[in-house]
Ligand binder design. Structure first.
Ligand code: ADP
Length: 154
């Protein structure tokens, strides 16, 4: 059976930290779905279409990575796409506490999905989409925190 992992997130924007998690997780799974959790009532900095396009382009030559989106519960989406693994990244103790609760609740809701954590590398631990959005909002250069091949803008 193919090992399928869903990597859910806002990815607003997708950073070098996310890219690092994907590259280290790729040898563990047959397929990874980078799944943008979409909430039509919440405003994002980059539109859903833009995020799909930016991340999709980044992985256009990697057939084992698919870029998708979903609305609703992540565990329901995992069931829908037959993913047995949920991939998340951990940077700090705060991330751990937050992720621990979600992973334990998700497990209660769907015991067939195992959450797998990848620990951030030290150089990307401070890389966080919220801070990058602030830099971009005020016209700063955030390129060192974004994947080298990712194209921001149109
Ligand atoms: P969410 O809104 O679901 O937290 P994010 O796009 O912020 O979505 O993050 C998606 C996942 O990537 C989360 O598990 C987060 O902890 C992880 N992540 C974010 N930045 C990094 C980083 N620099 N290194 C490793 N993991 C990261």
């Amino acid at each position: 059976m193919l090992k399928i992992a869903v990597f859910p997130g806002s990815f607003d924007p997708f950073t070098k930290g996310h890219e690092n998690v994907i590259s280290r997780a790729l040898p563990l799974f047959d397929k990874i779905l980078i799944a943008i959790g979409h909430n039509s009532e919440k405003r994002s900095f980059f539109s859903l279409e833009k995020r799909l396009a930016m991340i999709g382009k980044l992985y256009q030559d990697e057939p084992r990575i698919e870029v998708t989106f979903y609305e609703g519960l992540t565990v329901d989406y995992c069931r829908q796409v037959k993913a047995q693994y949920l991939l998340r990244g951990l940077r700090t103790a705060a991330d751990f506490e937050y992720e621990r609760a979600i992973a334990q609740i998700n497990r209660k809701m769907n015991p067939e999905v195992e959450t797998v954590f990848i620990l951030a590398v030290p150089e990307f631990t401070p890389v966080n989409s919220t801070i990058i959005r602030e830099i971009l909002k005020y016209g700063g250069d955030a390129s060192q925190f974004l994947p080298d091949k990712m194209i921001i803008g149109d």
